[in-house]
Design a protein around this ligand. Structure first.
Ligand SMILES: NC(=O)c1ccc[n+]([C@@H]2O[C@H](COP(=O)([O-])OP(=O)(O)OC[C@H]3O[C@@H](n4cnc5c(N)ncnc54)[C@H](O)[C@@H]3O)[C@@H](O)[C@H]2O)c1
Length: 365
């Protein structure tokens, strides 16, 4: 199957390609050599994690060195804890020790954690060097590697320090997804379902038909799901690069309740995707109450999430505790909890919802 190319064209930014396909990692170096920004780049630092390194680091190094790059690599412990200022500092120091100058590039080889961390380091080291994303999880391919959000976590919350910095190139080699476990697969599927509901009938009904194949990791369905998600995200980011025009917030569909459950349960207990899927189930029902969302969408979305291996989570938490967690989220504005509510497929509103309505809805949840 030939690789798919999606061009991300954001106003005031250099357009970049997202390549999606099987066995394309080996061509990474030569693809970079074709970019103007890489004509004078000699040194490349690959940042990865200790799960991904034994699987794909050698191949990535070979792909880059065969195109004439001098390649160094650095591996962090896998997991969300790597997204910290301490780890970022260790990487800056290592880059300085390697005498990497402004004419180097950072390659993020891994899931969203590595992508966010390496993107942050690359966009701040020496006031910014080129960053290439090589996403290796489904979530990173469909979401975090595109759109330029980078960041690290603080004790006070996730992603509280970061930058908006678009990568120069994204290489999504779908063969690497075969080593992903079920939980991470479903996690990516949740973000695909989110995109489909927000985007259009065309994406939603395609995904409904393709859900069983996607769950079974059929390659054609997987590549099309990634391409459709990237096209959707690129379009949203092109309209609202820095989440300041009320458009990019649509990407937070399902995340208001999702973040609260993820936090209350303790990070890692439920996957991020499982929590987002639960948040979508909640938001669509809140939509029925507040914006006349049809029952058909509730049923169709439930069926889709079930098919994608994202069943409803057990409700352990008191409504008030969930509401408090929502209010502490960084997306809450002046203590008002904000939801993306689908009025229908491809038709959404951003709404500040009163506490008593949220509490009532949570009682029924
Ligand atoms: N920047 C954005 O726009 C954006 C969007 C969504 C999420 N995120 C961030 O993404 C992060 C979550 O990303 P994630 O879900 O990819 O998690 P992750 O990076 O922690 O990866 C999940 C696990 O899979 C392992 N792994 C990665 N690729 C693998 C492969 N091919 N085979 C086997 N194992 C593999 C990793 O080592 C890790 O243990 C969060 O920090 C979140 O905040 C960022």
């Amino acid at each position: 199957m030939p690789a798919t190319k999606v061009v991300v064209n954001i106003p005031d930014e250099t357009p970049y390609d997202v390549r999606i396909g099987q066995n394309i990692l080996g061509q990474l170096g030569h693809a970079l050599r074709k970019l103007d920004q890489f004509s004078a780049i000699d040194q490349v630092l690959i940042i990865t994690d200790d799960n991904v390194a034994p699987l794909y680091l050698a191949q990535t190094k070979e792909a880059l060195s065969s195109a004439g790059f001098r390649v160094s690599d650095l591996s962090v412990h896998a997991g969300e804890d790597a997204k910290s200022l301490d780890v970022a500092k260790e990487i800056y120091e290592a880059m300085a020790m390697l005498a990497l100058g402004r004419d180097c590039a950072v390659v993020a080889l891994g899931g969203g954690v590595v992508g966010d961390l390496a993107g942050f380091v690359g966009s701040t080291y020496m006031r910014g060097v080129e960053v290439v994303q090589v996403p290796t999880t489904l979530l990173a391919m469909v979401d975090s590697s595109v759109g330029g959000k980078t960041g690290v976590n603080l004790q006070a919350g996730k992603n509280l320090v970061g930058t908006f910095n678009q990568p120069a190139y994204v290489c999504a080699d779908t063969t690497v997804l075969m080593t992903l476990d079920e939980r991470e697969w479903a996690c990516g599927c949740a973000e695909i379902a989110k995109s489909a509901v927000i985007d259009s009938d065309d994406f939603f009904f395609w995904l409904t038909d393709a859900a069983a194949a996607l769950s079974a990791r059929d390659m054609a369905a997987t590549e099309e799901a990634i391409a459709r998600s990237v096209v959707f995200k690129a379009d949203v980011v092109a309209q609202d690069k820095t989440e300041s025009h009320g458009v990019r917030e649509c990407l937070n569909y399902g995340h208001t309740l999702g973040h609260a459950i993820e936090k209350l349960a303790g990070y890692g207990v439920y996957s991020h995707g499982a929590c987002v899927a639960d948040g979508m189930r909640f938001a669509v029902r809140l939509g029925m109450r507040l914006v006349d969302t049809p029952q058909e969408l509730v049923d169709a979305q439930d069926a889709l999430l079930d098919e994608l291996g994202l069943p409803k989570l057990p409700s352990h938490f008191e409504p008030q505790a969930i509401l408090d967690a929502m209010k502490r989220d960084k997306k809450a504005r002046h203590g008002q909890v904000r939801f993306v509510l689908p009025r229908d497929v491809g038709d959404w509103v951003l709404m500040d919802v009163e506490d008593d309505i949220i509490l009532e809805q949570l009682q029924d949840w």
